[in-house]
Design a protein around this ligand. Structure first.
Ligand code: URA
Length: 230
């Protein structure tokens, strides 16, 4: 991780910088009362790939940066394994403040943060969104079970959304490590497809409510691990 310890991100993109400043002042939910600082996100805008996790933990709350703890180290390894680095990927969370004791974010907290996430996605304008864990997955796949749909990308209007287990899951369950690695290995092919075939539909909505379609790449077929989980 090359981000300076203790320096929250200063976005180079003016729209992203404005967004980060608004997030820093946000009083919209209870998490504003307990946070050390907000954790808006990090990485370039625009960016081809955007990873969206759940919420900051203790290390992220201290540093103002997403995924700087143990799960972040694994995320960096996963990105490195497919030739990407955190410098080239935009990394964010559904919720921008740490839930006390790392409890799950509550529906009202997710709803309060959602306008920020929507603007962030619009500014970053990714070809591929990787959802890490069930809270970001639920934004596009409400009611889905992560064990059934991980690694199965779908196109939502202008973007491909690839649901994955949260990297922290592999820290508790070693058997998920190869599953997450196999899902990450789909990214280069999906990105290539998005670039060459053009994921964008003219004027296509990319809202979660938009009609979604499976992605044509072979990646959409269930892997052996997935079949065993179905
Ligand atoms: N887990 C998350 O979902 N986000 C972080 O930023 C860190 C851990």
């Amino acid at each position: 991780m090359s981000d300076a310890i203790g320096s929250p991100p200063r976005a180079a993109n003016p729209a992203l910088l404005t967004l980060y400043e608004e997030i820093a002042d946000c009083p919209a939910c209870e998490l504003a009362r307990t946070r050390t600082q907000t954790v808006p996100g990090v990485g370039p805008a625009p960016a081809e790939v955007m990873c969206i996790g759940e919420a900051p933990g203790a290390r992220e709350d201290e540093q103002g940066l997403p995924f700087v703890g143990p799960a972040g180290r694994f995320l960096d390894q996963l990105l490195g394994g497919i030739g990407l680095s955190r410098e080239t990927v935009h990394i964010a969370n559904v919720v921008k403040c740490r839930p006390p004791g790392n409890r799950d974010p509550q529906p009202e907290e997710i709803a309060a943060c959602n306008p920020f996430l929507e603007r962030q996605i619009a500014i970053v304008d990714p070809l591929l969104i990787v959802t890490l864990g069930r809270f970001s997955m639920s934004r596009w796949f409400p009611g889905a079970s992560i064990s059934r749909i991980h690694g199965r990308p779908r196109r939502f209007g202008g973007r491909i959304v690839l649901p994955m287990y949260h990297p922290a899951a592999a820290l508790h369950r070693g058997d998920l490590r190869p599953v997450i690695e196999a899902d990450f290995a789909l990214i280069p092919e999906l990105l290539e497809e998005a670039r060459t075939e053009g994921a964008r539909e003219p004027g296509g909505a990319d809202e979660p409510s938009a009609h979604s379609t499976p992605v044509a790449a072979a990646a959409a077929a269930p892997s052996a691990e997935q079949r065993s989980l179905l």
